[in-house]
Design a protein around this ligand. Structure first.
Ligand SMILES: [Zn+2]
Length: 436
C-alpha cells in the first residue's frame, strides 16, 4: 500500500478514536465548590445510555456503555456522578419522554402554579420561562390563565408543546440561548426548571444565565429529585447518566449563593419518588420561610450533611440486589413467567445493575402510546411489548419497575384484569400476595 494511503487510513482511525473519546468525560471536580476531594459512594457498573433502544429483531451490534459512579464531595457534601456523557447521546431528538403523560406530574405542576401565585403578584404581561419545558405541561398552567410563556427544550417534545399553543424554543438552555431570549423578550418574572436542574452540565454557568434573565422581583423555582428521598427509600435506580447531580438543600444553597440568589422557600413533593421544590430570588427580596431552616435541620439529622447516610447506602443497595435474586430463584426454578411493568429510565439502571435478562424477565409491558414499544431494554434482549399482552397471557408475576408508585399501579393493573402476583423490587424486594 502506498505511504499516502496508509497515512489517510491512520488519520481516519484517529478521527474515529477522537470521536469515541469525546462522547464522555470524567467529572473530576465537585460541580458546586470545585473541590477535587470526591469519594465514591457506589459504583453501579458500565451502563448503556437509557434512551438508545434498538428495534426488536435487530442483530445485536456493538453498543456504548459508560461507567456510572455516584461520588460525594468531601469538602461540601454535594453528591454527583463521576462522568459526563455527551448530551447528543443522552437526549437524542427522538427523546421518548413526555411529562404530560403522567398524572402525578400534571397535578404537581398545577400545585407549582398555585404556589407561585401565592408568593408572587403576577400581571398578564409578565413572562414565565420554563427550562427543559418538555411538552409544555408546566407552562400550560400559566398559559391557560393568560400569562406570557416561553419554553426552552431541545427534544421533539418541543414540537408537541408548540402544537398546543405553548411558545417554545427548540434549544438547549445555554448562555447564548439566555442572551437571545433577553434581547427578544426581556427579563422573566418566573423561571422554572423542573427535573432538569440536575441534568445540565456546568451548573454555575446555568445559574449565571438564570440571574441574567431574572427580573429584579422575579423568582427562580427548581424541582429536583431529592437526595434524602433517594437514600431513605434506596432509589439507586434513579442514578443514571442524565442525572449529573443528586441535590440536597444545603448543596442548592451553596450553588445559588455566590450568584446573589437566596433560597426563601422549600417544599418536598412526591414526583419521581420524592423531590424538592426550591424557591429562590435575588437576595433580600422575599422573607425567608421557616421551611428552609426546617429542611436543613432534617438533612442534618438524617446524616446527609455529614455523609453518614451515604456510607450505609452502598451496603443496603448491595443487599437488595442479592435479595432480589433470592426472591426470583424459586420462581424461575418452577418455570414461572415474570413480565416487567413499565420501561422508565430507572428500569434500565435496575435491570443492568442487578443483571436481569430475558431469561429472568420475559418481556416488559408499556402502554400502547409509548415510544419504547417494540424495542429492547438497553443493554439486554428484553423486549418492550404492548401492555394488552399482560391480560391475555396472565403471567404468574408482574415486576413493577415504577415501584415508587406501586400502590397506584397495582390497582390500575388489577382493574384492567391482571390476575397474577406482583413483585416490588425496592427498597426491599417483596412478592405481594394475591389477596392484597
Ligand atoms: Zn463540593
Amino acid at each position: 500500500m502506498p505511504a499516502e494511503g496508509t497515512f489517510a487510513h491512520l488519520q481516519l482511525l484517529l478521527e474515529i478514536m477522537a470521536e469515541y473519546v469525546e462522547s464522555s468525560k470524567p467529572i473530576e471536580n465537585c460541580q458546586i465548590c470545585r473541590s477535587i476531594d470526591l469519594q465514591s459512594v457506589l459504583f453501579i457498573g458500565y451502563i448503556p445510555p437509557v434512551n438508545t433502544m434498538t428495534d426488536i429483531g435487530s442483530v445485536p451490534r456493538e453498543e456504548p456503555a459508560f461507567p456510572l459512579e455516584m461520588v460525594r464531595c468531601q469538602a461540601c457534601g454535594h453528591v454527583q456522578i463521576g462522568l459526563e456523557v455527551d448530551s447528543d447521546i443522552l437526549f437524542p431528538f427522538s427523546y421518548p419522554y413526555l411529562s404530560g403523560s403522567t398524572r402525578i406530574l400534571r397535578d404537581n405542576f398545577s400545585d407549582l402554579y398555585d404556589q407561585c401565585r401565592m408568593v408572587l403578584q403576577l400581571e398578564p404581561s409578565d413572562l414565565v420561562i420554563d427550562i427543559g419545558s418538555n411538552d409544555g405541561t408546566l407552562l400550560s398552567n400559566f398559559y391557560e390563565r393568560g400569562f406570557s410563556v416561553l419554553g426552552v427544550d431541545p427534544s421533539r417534545a418541543s414540537e408537541v408543546a408548540r402544537q398546543r399553543g405553548i411558545n417554545t424554543l427548540t434549544a438547549y438552555f445555554s448562555s447564548e440561548t439566555a442572551a437571545s431570549i433577553k434581547r427578544e423578550y426581556g427579563s422573566a418574572k418566573v423561571i422554572s426548571a423542573a427535573n432538569v436542574f440536575a441534568h445540565i452540565p456546568e451548573p454555575h454557568l446555568i445559574v449565571d444565565s438564570i440571574v441574567e434573565l431574572l427580573d429584579d422581583d422575579g423568582i427562580f423555582v427548581s424541582e429536583s429529585h431529592y437526595l434524602l428521598s433517594l437514600v431513605e427509600t434506596l432509589q439507586y435506580d434513579t442514578i443514571y447518566h442524565e442525572h449529573l447531580r443528586y441535590y440536597h438543600l444545603g448543596a442548592i444553597i451553596r450553588l445559588l449563593e455566590p450568584h446573589g440568589l437566596e433560597v426563601f422557600r422549600v417544599k418536598r413533593i412526591p414526583t419521581h419518588g420524592g423531590s424538592i421544590r426550591v424557591f429562590a430570588a435575588h437576595r433580600g427580596r422575599f422573607k425567608v420561610d421557616i421551611s428552609v431552616s426546617e429542611t436543613l435541620a432534617n438533612e442534618h439529622l438524617a446524616g446527609i450533611t455529614d455523609g453518614s447516610a451515604l456510607r450505609s447506602f452502598r451496603d443496603r443497595v448491595i443487599r437488595s440486589k442479592v435479595d432480589l435474586h433470592t426472591l426470583l430463584a424459586p420462581i424461575k426454578a418452577k418455570g414461572e413467567r415474570i413480565y416487567g411493568i413499565g420501561a422508565p429510565s430507572r428500569a434500565s439502571t435496575l435491570i443492568n445493575y442487578t443483571g436481569l435478562d430475558d431469561g429472568l424477565i420475559d418481556c416488559v409491558m408499556e402502554v400502547s402510546t409509548s415510544h419504547k414499544l417494540n424495542k429492547y431494554i438497553p443493554g439486554t434482549r428484553i423486549p418492550v411489548l404492548d401492555e394488552s399482552k399482560l391480560y391475555v397471557d396472565q403471567p404468574e408475576y408482574a415486576l413493577l419497575f415504577s415501584w415508587h408508585i406501586a400502590d397506584e399501579l397495582m390497582s390500575v393493573l388489577r382493574n384492567k384484569g391482571y390476575q397474577g402476583k406482583f413483585i416490588v423490587p425496592l427498597p426491599t424486594p417483596v412478592i405481594i400476595p394475591l389477596d392484597q
